[in-house]
Ligand binder design. Structure first.
Ligand SMILES: [Zn+2]
Length: 293
């Protein structure tokens, strides 16, 4: 028995050290889900946003500085969505490889409806997520070449699943194509461009700008003039404006949308990204279809 143990120890010592899976940090739920799909059973990334918090108002807790300091790589949307994370990475002198997917993920970028500022909500275009899966796999493979085939296989599988989902959602949203709709905040540009949706107005302009009374009156005009079929509240944001704007217009109010996962009560799982797109598509297809007879 003792000799067996000695032999086992000798063998263990002779074997090369197992390849270290990189320590990965992500910013918020959609990106966490995509990275989880690529890492699979090899490890779990650490998400900085608390489940259910709004990425727009992200601040780094002092206790999270350690996670950033220890990380090998940070996958995040970029400084446009989370300026506080950008500042923290710079201020802390973080050594981890920083991969802002909006700029370096290989997907498309758009501007907000003002046509000027870069719109960071790029995860809402599933072709961007497909490109990002590839970038995540390539980046992890460089840091951890021993698991390169696993990262590549996981990413390929995730991309295939996403293509299948995208085809289903394209079909589901076909009746909504071109129908005038109004969104709560200017987050849905990527989703709309990809699925041919016609957003005629956003109640909040840009991120976190509260509409004035004048702006609400103007919106009401746009709604009526543009023949808006549906307006969508947003999870975690004050729906009061919606009622003010739509009262007496005949525009239907859809189910609240959650483009960033602010309604999560637990850490996201790998399948979260697909659910996010599925749920968004359902709010739109349900509202466009109108009340069930
Ligand atoms: Zn936003």
């Amino acid at each position: 028995m003792r000799s067996l143990i000695v032999l086992a120890l000798a063998l263990a010592a002779a074997r090369p050290a197992p390849a270290a899976v990189p320590k990965v940090v992500t910013d918020f739920a959609p990106i966490q889900s995509l990275v989880m799909q690529v890492m699979g059973d090899l490890g779990t990334p650490e998400m900085l946003s608390q489940p259910g918090s709004d990425p727009h108002s992200f601040t780094l807790k002092p206790s999270q500085a350690g996670a950033l300091a220890k990380a090998d790589v940070i996958f995040w949307d970029g400084p446009e969505l989370m300026p506080a994370l950008d500042s923290a990475i710079k201020a802390l002198g973080v050594k981890a490889l920083s991969v802002p997917l909006l700029d370096e993920g290989g997907g498309k970028t758009r501007t907000f409806s003002d046509g000027q500022t870069i719109d960071p909500h790029a995860w809402l275009d599933p072709t961007n997520a497909q490109a990002w899966l590839g970038t995540i796999a390539t980046t992890l493979s460089k840091l951890d070449p021993d698991h390169a085939t696993t990262y590549a296989a996981n990413a390929a599988q995730a991309e295939d699943a996403l293509k299948t989902l995208d085809a289903q959602l394209t079909k589901e949203l076909a009746p909504a194509r071109g129908k005038p709709i109004v969104e709560f905040h200017d987050a849905m540009g990527y989703f709309a461009a990809h699925y041919g949706l016609n957003i005629i107005a956003n109640i909040e302009l840009g991120d976190a700008a509260k509409p004035s009374a004048g702006r609400l009156a103007e919106l009401r005009q746009t709604l009526v003039g543009g023949g808006a079929v549906c307006v969508f509240p947003e999870a975690g944001r004050d729906p009061r404006y919606i009622n003010v704007v739509t009262a007496g217009t005949g525009t239907r109010i859809g189910a609240p949308q959650d483009p960033a996962g602010v309604m999560l009560t637990e850490p996201p799982t790998a399948d979260f990204y697909g659910k996010l797109l599925t749920d968004l598509a359902k709010t739109i297809s349900d509202c466009i279809a109108g009340p069930k007879p």
